[in-house]
Write a protein that binds this ligand. Sequence first.
Ligand SMILES: [Zn+2]
Ligand SMILES: [Zn+2]
Length: 408
Amino acid sequence: MATRDNIDLFMEGEKMEKTKWGFEPAFVEWLEGVYKDLHRHPELGMDVPWTTKYIRDEAAKLGVLPEENGLDVGAVFVIKGSQPGPVLALRADCDALPIEEAAPVEWKSQIPGKMHACGHDLNTTVMLGVLKTVIEQKLPEKMKGTLKFFFQPGEETLEGAKALIEHGALENPNVDIVLVSHGDADLHVGEVGVFREFSHANSDEFRIELRGKGGHGARPHQTQDVIIAGSRIVEAVQTIVSRELDARDAAVISVCEFHAGTAMNIIPSVARLTGTVRTLKKEVQSLVMKRMKETVDSVAALHGVDAQFEYLVGCPSCPIDDTAEDLIRAAAGKALGTENVKELKTRMGGEDFAFYAQLRQAGTMRLGITPQGETRRPSTHSPLFRPDLEALQAGAAVFVQLVKDYLL
Ligand SMILES: [Zn+2]
Ligand SMILES: [Zn+2]
């Protein structure tokens, strides 16, 4: 019932009350609206025209125009402070995945077969929220230094960071520190994760092709059995990690495909194996590469089959700079409480943010997206991926605080 008392309360609440993350209700409505718009329009890889226009339009409403860098996808914005100082870049990725959405949300993907299942719509919305706050609070008038925003396509395809770097994103003005935020279902809303040394691993791929003389399954002595040779290779490469690397150096070798044969009584003449190698340090990566080739060649020779070994270096590992990561620790501590800043273990997955981290001081933050009190929500790359919308505010609160800490 609408009594006078609760009408007054309601009106006062509308006008005055900020959310627990320190934002006006109108800002939160805008933030969630942006997220839902982006979520409904997922696009893949470097082919993100709708998303690009949306990001550029939102920035234009704030009077911010993209750098003319020769790229017609994504956007780089440069916000100069009134005084000289360091250059901080905040990166958000904006591409989606080729997955049919199954999450029970009313803002479901409107594009069949595509979904923001890694939460890059969330990452983009957080950084657009930071941009909007910085402009609306007139921070550039007081800033000592420059703030850059990288809205980057092609993270999932590992093309985007390279493209932005090639088109000068880290230059003019030269970036000192580059930071990133990514949603994480292992953390609750209001919690963030930080790293030491490395946040992500070198993510490489290998392909092995074995060729031998196939023949009748009843007469193996007349053949060179690629299945036996392949099986020995699967086992032998595991001892590179367990017997040849220092136990304190992380590495993973996983054979993930093994294709051979067409019938139960034919020894095939070809076997193909593929897999992935994850390492952190360059020297470990080089050693694994060398020993895998030697192992494949010698096992193949032992069984009299021909082997072709290809090692494809992929996304580099992501080194974490202590100074950069401490900015996140401090800002997140202030915005969310130090008890909500969780020290995480290095992830053996890849992240193309690493291409920036190889060139500049870099820091990574994982942003909690599972609602408080709920068990873990489906992880990224799941068709059920569904971040809690409060995460948008938590993420923006941390990075607004960080900009103030570092540039004011
Ligand atoms: Zn992903
Ligand atoms: Zn991602």
